[in-house]
Design a protein around this ligand. Structure first.
Ligand code: ZN
Ligand code: ZN
Ligand code: ZN
Length: 397
């Protein structure tokens, strides 16, 4: 494949990455999609799959730039092997589609007509059909009823390896999303975001507002877990008032989008302590920091998700905190907050070049406190870089 970028190292330089992003034209986005379609057709060929039907979910915007609203009305991109894809959309949604004749033909269907007949006509005698993982079950049942002889499979088994290898456009969008998110992380670490005496919920709203003010289009989540709540990895920020001596886990991210292009996600976690360090926390944080650094250092295109997970897990285990690390080390990220590849014990495939994923070990002692450090990393042909650059040192605010 051709190198997506002169070097992935430029992704961790906010200014340089922004310059490359600003230089992208509409043509670059279209060419990226055209290249993705070539990859999809190649996979259909290689796997002997007759057709792919995409509906809700991220596969469709990845391939066409169009994201379907979660309506009950059918949206379906039918990609028959060797043919130009056809995008069926409800007529009322058609104005939202940016047509691209080189890539797909657009077929709006009128209210009252049967879009499933149109899909069935196109599928014809297809014997194997891969469908979006996120397609409504009701839509799949209608499709199966009309083409009962085909064997159906999940599109992710074909597309995850393609979507897992980001192109230059995607990497630059991910870098921008990460850099914007870092600005807020740095504000927190600098003590500019008031924590002491504030309810978690209010801090979460403050972080969300800052993410948008700095340029994210949308916030996906802003977890604020203080004191004993820091031991709950996906804590829902609530009424608890943050006090001196609290560790606070702050995990937040959202979507950066350029114009009408589909947006890419960010996700970072920093853990701070307020005013003073509680007993026993230094040891915990140090063990976590060592593990996170080790995993980032060993991240590469060649290592498997399972091996990378083991590096973080072994380091935390060696420090005696093994049973308090209760989740996988990371997840892929892109159009979706969580996508393949997973940095987890079950993933024995190499991460591959140009993969984007989180490295986010955590240590959680129930009833007491916890901590997590999370960065989004990208692999090049060999080594990996972190898109997130804010300090991971033990910080008292
Ligand atoms: Zn999560
Ligand atoms: Zn996160
Ligand atoms: Zn994450």
């Amino acid at each position: 494949m051709k190198d997506p970028l002169p070097s992935i190292d430029l992704l961790s330089d906010a200014g340089e990455a922004a310059g490359h992003l600003a230089a992208l034209s509409e043509k670059d986005f279209r060419e990226a999609r055209a290249a993705r379609l070539v990859g999809v057709q190649r996979v259909l060929e290689e796997t002997g799959t007759d057709a792919l039907v995409l509906s809700l979910g991220a596969d469709l915007p990845w391939l066409t730039g169009y994201e379907a609203m979660p309506l009950e009305r059918l949206t379906a991109l039918v990609v028959a092997r060797g043919e130009t894809p056809v995008l069926f959309v409800p007529e009322l949604e058609a104005p939202r589609v940016r047509p691209d004749d080189g890539l797909f033909s657009l077929k709006p269907w009128a209210e009252g007509s049967d879009p499933y007949e149109l899909v069935a006509d196109l599928l014809g005698k297809a014997a194997s059909v891969a469908v979006s993982d996120r397609m409504w079950a009701t839509a799949l049942l209608e499709i199966q009823r009309r083409s009962p002889r085909a064997a159906y499979s999940a599109a992710s088994s074909l597309l995850a390896p393609l979507r897992g290898q980001k192109d230059a456009v995607e990497l630059l969008l991910l870098a921008r999303a990460a850099h914007i998110t870092d600005i807020v992380a740095e504000e927190i670490l600098a003590g500019e975001v008031p924590l002491l005496g504030k309810p978690e919920r209010e801090v979460s709203a403050d972080i969300s507002a800052r993410l948008v003010a700095h340029g994210l289009q949308r916030v996906n989540f802003a977890i604020v877990g203080s004191g004993p709540n820091s031991a709950s990895p996906h804590h829902e920020p609530g009424a608890r008032v943050i006090s001196a001596g609290d560790p606070v886990v702050l995990d937040f991210g959202g979507v950066f989008a350029l114009g009408e292009e589909p947006g890419y996600c960010s996700d970072t976690t920093r853990t701070v302590v307020v005013e003073r360090i509680p007993d026993g926390f230094v040891e915990l944080y140090h063990a976590l920091h060592v593990a996170q650094v080790a995993a980032r250092r060993e991240a590469s295109s060649a290592i498997s998700g399972a091996s990378l997970d083991a590096i973080a897990r072994d380091a935390i285990g060696a420090a005696g905190f093994g049973r308090y690390f209760i989740h996988r080390t990371g997840h892929g990220i892109g159009l979706e907050e969580h996508e393949e590849p997973y940095v987890a014990s079950g993933n024995h495939l190499p991460l591959g070049p140009y993969a984007a994923f989180s490295i986010e070990p955590g240590i959680y002692i129930p009833g007491r406190f916890g901590a997590r450090i999370e960065d989004i990393c990208v692999t090049g042909e060999h080594h990996a870089v972190s898109l997130n650059r804010s300090s991971r040192d033990m910080t008292i605010v």
